[in-house]
Design a protein around this ligand. Structure first.
Ligand code: CAA
Ligand code: NAP
Length: 246
């Protein structure tokens, strides 16, 4: 029977590529969309016209009760989740001088609390079944810091602390927990950066001289989701065109 993969934020730039890759490998792919998302049905219909067979459920990953209700419905209608990709995330970039509590909290809850909110719903089942994959999509900016991102860098660095601690707790039960830290990938999150800043401050810092492609990150997610990756846990894998090495 095919495994169930849940990708949060699968209608975004990275998430869509991850959903497509996992479906191509035979996973039953389920994704989430924000409760306020007005275009989810069109996205789903257009994907399924191409034969992917995705399912989609509303979920505010920043809200524990919403995450719980969403995963309960998935368990009932599709099955228990074997692979969780904590991918949904937002930026609210501003210098620390301008950073207010609302934008701090929004980024912390959507990028970091979400990791707890979603993982909590699936982890016990993975342990009971003796197999599971939890993949947290962090960022190069959680590893190195970024101008205008005290909130985002803190949340993304926090994700990897979570990864390492949980990886220790579940290692003997067939469940792996890993972080992927992408560099700048050409999605709408990056296209929202003022173009002069992107061209003059960011691209020149990438030795490969280009943005990454969502498909490049999706390939790594596919590997971490596989049986072959069973001995790989607690890692933070950088995929950033050489922008940051550690
Ligand atoms: N490095 C160094 N200096 C920077 C900088 C950077 N990345 N970004 C901006 N600055 C400088 C500007 O050049 C400017 O300098 P001067 O005063 O000498 O001209 C100064 O900071 C103020 O910049 P702005 O006029 O743009 O000020 P602002 O308050 O309007 O905006 C900002 C500040 C929100 C940080 C804006 O510049 C910005 O959005 N920068 C990009 C931030 C960024 O890289 N975000 C990553 C988003 S993608 C992502 O997060 C995905 C991922 O995980 C990789
Ligand atoms: P994106 O295109 O903006 O997609 C973000 C996705 O997150 C959307 O599908 C959005 O769903 C979902 N989302 C946001 N808030 C949510 C909430 N409260 N509840 C449920 N879903 C929510 O961004 P992306 O570039 O694909 O980024 C995906 C992940 O990769 C993020 O965690 C990001 O931080 C990380 N990342 C991106 C880059 C990059 O360069 N692009 C680099 C490193 C890391 P709706 O549209 O339905 O709201």
């Amino acid at each position: 029977m095919s495994r169930v993969a849940l990708v949060t934020g699968g209608m975004g730039g990275l998430g869509e590529a991850i959903c497509i890759k996992l479906a191509a490998l035979g996973y039953k792919v389920v994704t989430t969309y924000s409760p306020g998302n007005k275009t989810w049905k069109e996205w789903l219909d257009s994907m399924n016209k191409m034969g992917f067979g995705f399912r989609a459920y509303p979920c505010d990953v920043a809200n524990f009760d919403s995450a719980k209700a969403c995963v309960e419905q998935i368990a009932k209608e599709v099955g228990p989740v074997d692979v969780l990709v904590n991918n949904a995330g937002i930026t609210r970039d501003m210098t620390f001088k301008k950073m207010d509590k609302v934008n701090w909290d929004a980024v912390m809850s959507t990028n970091l609390d979400s990791t707890f909110n979603m993982t909590k719903q699936v982890c016990d089942g993975m342990l009971d079944r003796g197999w599971g994959r939890i993949i947290n999509i962090s960022s190069v900016n959680g590893q190195k810091g970024a101008f205008g991102q005290t909130n985002y860098s803190a949340a993304k660095a926090g994700m990897h602390g979570f990864t390492k601690a949980l990886a220790l707790e579940v290692a003997r039960k067939g469940v792996t927990v890993n972080t992927i830290s992408p560099g700048y990938i050409g999605t709408k999150m990056v296209m929202a950066i003022p173009s002069d800043v992107l061209d003059s401050k960011i691209i020149p810092q990438i030795p490969m001289g280009r943005l990454g492609k969502p498909e490049e990150v999706a390939g790594l997610v596919a590997y971490l989701s596989s049986d072959e990756a069973a001995f790989l846990t607690g890692a933070n894998i950088a995929i950033n065109g050489g922008q940051h090495m550690h």
